[in-house]
Write a protein that binds this ligand. Structure first.
Ligand code: GTP
Ligand code: MG
Length: 197
């Protein structure tokens, strides 16, 4: 499915402007600067369709991309961005929460966690919300290239352990680097199964 052309088709600042949920959808959530947009590029090998940036808080709306008529990939604005104006920050967060808890056709939320920093309060809040709303999610550790392999493994174990206290069964934590391509193939395999054939 990721060989199909990735096309931007909608962006929304409020839930009433979300496009109709006609395709199976996967979304990318996580703190600002964790590498959401980069991961979408790496998965599709289509660099530049989803815009990335060194500056945290780059993605400020929910952006919808389609892979032909097979799947919709959704880039969510990052949360926990310290420099944004309070009101703006709150509105992004509320939008993301509303999206992950109510969106029809949402097959999986990839919750991206920076390997170096691990899970923060906001990440835990989102996990709790997804547990409550029964939204299927997958934890993905990002930027594994800048951490020693032993620390990547430790971080994955720690998160797996942390999430065990949650009610639902947790899928194994995946580990990726959009820079080196490590783990991208495995994530592609997992996500491909959710596409329409
Ligand atoms: P917001 O849109 O602000 O929420 O950020 P984002 O989560 O979409 O992050 P983005 O993909 O824009 O990447 C943020 C920064 O991290 C950029 O400078 C990327 O080049 C860098 N980055 C992303 N993935 C990786 C990775 O796997 N390894 C390394 N070393 N850097 C990465
Ligand atoms: Mg982004």
């Amino acid at each position: 499915v990721f060989r199909n052309k990735l096309e931007f088709f909608a962006s929304a600042k409020i839930s009433t402007s979300f496009p109709a949920p006609v395709l199976p959808e996967i979304a990318f959530a996580g703190r600002s600067n964790v590498g959401k947009s980069s991961l979408m590029n790496a998965l599709t090998r289509q660099w530049g369709v989803v815009r990335t940036s060194d500056k945290p808080g780059h993605t400020q709306t929910i952006n919808f991309f389609r892979l032909a008529s097979k799947m919709c990939m959704v880039d969510l604005p990052g949360y926990g961005f310290a420099y944004a104006k309070e009101e703006v920050k709150d509105s992004w967060e509320e939008l993301v929460k509303e999206y992950v808890s109510t969106r029809d056709g949402l097959q999986r939320v990839c919750l991206l966690i920076d390997t170096k920093w691990g899970m923060k309060t906001r990440d835990h809040e989102l996990v709790e919300l997804m547990e409550r709303s029964k939204t299927p999610y997958q934890v993905v550790l990002t930027k594994t290239d800048i951490v020693f392999p032993i620390d990547v493994a430790r971080r994955a174990m720690q998160i797996q352990q942390d999430l065990k206290t949650m009610k639902s069964k947790i899928d194994p934590v995946m580990m990726v680097s959009s820079k080196t391509g490590a783990g991208i193939g495995s994530l592609r395999t997992v996500l491909s199964k959710l596409a329409r054939f």
